[in-house]
Design a protein around this ligand. Structure first.
Ligand code: 9MR
Length: 448
């Protein structure tokens, strides 16, 4: 009140606060997803990047989820880039973080055709050598975390879309029996970890999921250790398979657990409220399919924020696939997950702040077009400056509706003479072109 008496107007005070608090607090009053999930005996997990587990990213990862999956840190190429020389730093960091936060860890992944070290993929190996390499890798990595990991994705993506075995280093060298060998080695290295086979496009009943079903049935019949199947669920907006629950149930009926291991639901950018509403319904449909089957142990999202998602890099022009936006604001999908887990059904009040959201609207081999949308709710701006750091060497080449400069990796854009005002409930957007190579990750924008 004292500041009001000194003559600072309420509007100016609001503007000032909005400038200070550009990253909205993520509705701390709501019950975290992990508590809702735990009350139902379910896992609510997320894939994480170890180096990001601080600040807001770490706060949300620790508060909202009761399980973590290293997105890349435990893959063979990450842990043994050079033969015999190991890097466990990021994997250890994630496991330590999980233990400090009372979270399970899903180990991901031991035997795959991607993200292997080049010494392995470029080598030429006899079947006996290949078998030895695989078994030694499993013994070492599973043994390292023995007793600390709840689950391992032992074999990843063994099938092609038509249900035949994928032609990989492992299949071509060892035949389909590599799967049984890998599971047996994992069981020996950590008898308490649940062992899974994990694949994508196996969420509904189709040729690929039927091949997986037949494999699991035969492994069970042969007494090979197999505890569960992971349905990755990298889905497209509006395309949740209608047979998902039925498919989960048929695996459960074989006597194995089922987990949704890598859920994300991508859309064509830019997102809008209709797409985000559809996405929320899709997330809820996946949650409900899992919740309907007691042997479905839970759901893991493949990254919880749009700023840490593989989609924009792999599907140019698509994104917004996760439950939180790039600025860590929960999206309708977040609230849909909470509702499916029995959380509050009221839409939270809008956060009093101005926020900036960066998105790539189109991308081609060397360039891209992006935009930043500055929106205010319960606050207003009379001028603005948005800045971000490009994480992969991108360069800005042109901007419109803002005046932008780039210095090193840092881009700073201030309003044009005609669009400095962002009223309460309003927004402004500016655009730019840039160049990229190698990767074009979405940065977090700071508003000042
Ligand atoms: O999220 C991972 C991404 O950062 C990697 O670049 C990519 C490489 O293939 O792998 C991503 O994770 C994959 C997961 O390990 C297995 N299922 C598909 C996921 C998305 O590609």
């Amino acid at each position: 009140m004292r500041s009001l008496r000194t003559g600072l107007s309420l509007a100016a005070l609001v503007t000032c606060l909005a400038t200070l608090f550009t990253a909205p607090a993520a509705h701390a009053a709501e019950t975290p997803l992990r508590d809702l999930a735990a009350a139902k005996g379910k896992v609510m997990g997320t894939a994480v990047t170890g180096s990001k587990l601080t600040g807001t990213y770490g706060d949300i990862a620790g508060r909202e989820f009761n399980a973590l999956t290293p997105g890349n840190a435990m893959k063979w190429g990450s842990v043994e880039p050079t033969r015999g020389s190991f890097d466990w730093a990021e994997a250890d960091r994630i496991v330590d973080f999980a233990e400090a936060h009372g979270q399970q860890v899903r180990g991901h992944t031991l035997v795959w055709h991607n993200q292997n070290p080049s010494w392995l993929t470029n080598g030429s190996w006899t079947p006996a050598q290949l078998s030895q390499l695989m078994n030694d890798h499993i013994a070492l990595e599973v043994g390292r975390y023995k007793g600390r990991l709840a689950t391992w994705d032992v074999v990843n993506e063994p099938f092609d879309e038509d249900g035949t075995y994928r032609q990989t280093l492992w299949y071509n060298g060892l035949g389909a029996d590599y799967i049984a060998q890998a599971l047996t080695a994992a069981r020996a290295a950590d008898p308490s970890a649940k062992l899974y086979i994990n694949d994508y496009n196996v969420e509904g009943v189709n040729a690929k999921s039927t091949a997986l079903y037949n494999l699991v049935r035969s492994l069970k019949e042969r007494g090979v250790p197999i505890d569960g199947v992971g349905l990755q669920a990298h889905l497209i907006l509006g395309q949740v398979p209608s047979t998902m629950r039925q498919n989960i149930q048929r695996f459960a009926d074989l006597g194995v657990d089922v987990a949704i291991t890598e859920l994300d639901i991508r859309m064509q950018l830019p997102s809008d409220s209709a797409k985000l509403t559809q996405q929320a319904a899709d997330y809820k449909a996946v949650m409900n399919a899992c919740l309907a089957v007691s042997r479905c142990v839970g759901v893991t999202v493949w990254g919880f924020t749009d700023s840490d998602s593989w989609i924009p890099d792999t599907f140019p022009g698509q994104g917004a696939a996760t439950p939180y936006d790039e600025n860590y604001a929960p999206k309708p999908a977040y609230h849909a997950i909470a509702e499916s887990l029995g959380g509050g059904t009221t839409t939270p009040p809008p956060t009093d702040a101005c926020t900036a959201a960066y998105s790539v609207t189109s991308q081609w081999n060397t360039g891209f077009t992006g935009q930043v949308r500055i929106a205010c709710s319960g606050a207003a701006l009379s001028s603005w400056e948005a800045s971000w750091t490009f994480g992969a060497g991108q360069r800005l080449t042109q901007a419109w509706n803002a005046s932008c400069t780039q210095s090193g990796a840092t881009v700073t854009c201030s309003n044009a003479p005609y669009n400095g005002t962002v009223p309460d409930g309003g927004s402004v957007t500016f655009g730019f072109n840039g160049s990229w190579s190698g990767g074009n990750p979405v940065p977090v924008v700071t508003l000042g």
